[in-house]
Design a protein around this ligand. Structure first.
Ligand code: PLP
Ligand code: COI
Length: 361
């Protein structure tokens, strides 16, 4: 498969430095976008072609475009950070590229070569480098690569044309208010994904399917939904957009990748980073009964959620039909914060990158 060269067509009217700086003082999450985007097309019989860096702007789609009807779509999320010397590096873009390929296979879409995915992200970050927040805090430039089926027609089959796009958005904390424990609604009836389904693919439909449960959780005063497995309604899987870790003193357990939860890159990184810190991380199954009982008997000392957007976020209150309880007194736990600091130190270039995770631009 040939990799197309990305043609640069920079914007003639990017936002002024003053407008950009105003946004960067409080970027929020996913509210503002940089001046450019990268687009690459795929056509059956021709492969990947027309790779371009162009001004950020609307996509014109025929109303009968396949993705609008049958949701043949996949996406990724990764971050680029400003380092102490002012340079910029992204976190494990190759891992996102490989997961994008896995999602593409599941959604019957063409696989973008890993090097093209990484190059597309690099070209966009290079062009819009001024949008990468200053070193110092935990702000970053969030990259959102995605691919949609662009064939026009209402036939239900894999499309013969696709569009790959990368956009970028400066990001402050995902949950406003800094490191504040999130409250969780433990959903015992709504499921996010089923065995044999698409739970381990990063495809928009999974998120659409989670919105009602999310709204129900919000009505109960909770920030996020924790999902159980769809067969026994017993085993804890993940949140709508984050993986989970259960902390038992020095021992950490994260739910096993059963096929119906997403193989988070933060989750994977923490399996390694926790071991570096002398903790004992492992993959395993955690039941809802165990979660409740071990919280009550005090052996489950902390619970946290992790993901690119949310980094590491402590779980405070847990609510469910069976009652309500608090993790680590509703405060951020010690292990949670130690891991959070360690991960951010690598990502922002403050700590040595022993695993070779940072991709310098
Ligand atoms: N689980 C789901 C459903 C997600 O959407 C995400 C976010 O990407 C994660 C877990 C965490 O994955 P990662 O650490 O790769 O961001
Ligand atoms: C990410 O963490 O990158 C995600 O895609 C999660 C999404 C819910 C914002």
């Amino acid at each position: 498969m040939t990799t197309p060269t990305i043609e640069l067509k920079p914007s003639s009217s990017p936002l002024s430095a003053a407008e950009r700086e105003a946004i960067l003082t409080n970027p929020g999450f996913g509210r503002h976008f940089t001046d450019h985007m990268v687009t690459i097309r795929w056509t059956e019989g021709r492969g990947w072609h027309d790779a371009q860096l162009v001004p950020y702007g609307p996509l014109a789609l025929d109303p009968a475009t396949n993705v609008l009807h049958y949701a043949q779509e996949i996406f990724e999320g990764l971050k680029a950070y400003r380092r102490p010397d002012g340079s910029v590096a992204s976190f494990r873009p190759d891992a996102n590229a490989r997961r994008f390929q896995a999602s593409a296979r599941r959604l019957a879409m063409p696989e973008l070569p890993v090097e093209t995915f990484v190059e597309a992200c690099d070209v966009l970050v290079q062009q819009d480098k001024a949008w990468v927040p200053e070193h110092g805090g935990e702000a970053s430039l969030y990259l959102r690569p995605f691919m949609i089926a662009t064939e026009v027609g209402l036939g239900v089959r894999p499309a013969n044309e696709y569009l790959f796009v990368v956009i970028a958005s400066p990001a402050g904390p995902y949950f406003p208010g800094g490191v504040k424990p999130v409250s969780i609604w433990l959903s015992e009836n709504r499921v996010r994904a089923v065995p044999g389904g698409v739970g381990d693919a990063k495809t928009g439909g999974n998120y659409a399917a989670s919105l009602l449960a999310q709204a129900e959780a919000a009505a109960k005063g909770c920030d996020q939904v924790a999902y159980l497995d769809a067969v026994e309604h017993k085993w804890v899987e993940e949140l709508g957009g984050m993986n989970l870790y259960f902390v038992y003193g020095n021992k950490l357990v994260t739910p096993t990748l059963t096929g119906s939860l997403l193989a988070g890159i933060t989750r994977d990184s923490l399996l390694k980073l926790a071991a570096d810190l002398g903790l004992e991380p492992e993959e395993g199954r955690v039941s809802i009964d165990q979660w409740q009982a071990d919280s009550a008997n005090g052996t489950l000392t902390e619970v946290f959620a992790c993901g690119t957007a949310a980094v590491i976020t402590p779980v405070g209150t847990v609510k469910s039909e069976r009652g309500e309880w608090q993790q680590s007194g509703g405060e951020p736990g010690e292990v949670t914060m130690k891991l959070r600091d360690a991960l951010l130190a690598v990502q922002t270039g403050k700590a040595e990158d022993v695993h070779g995770w940072m991709h310098e631009l």
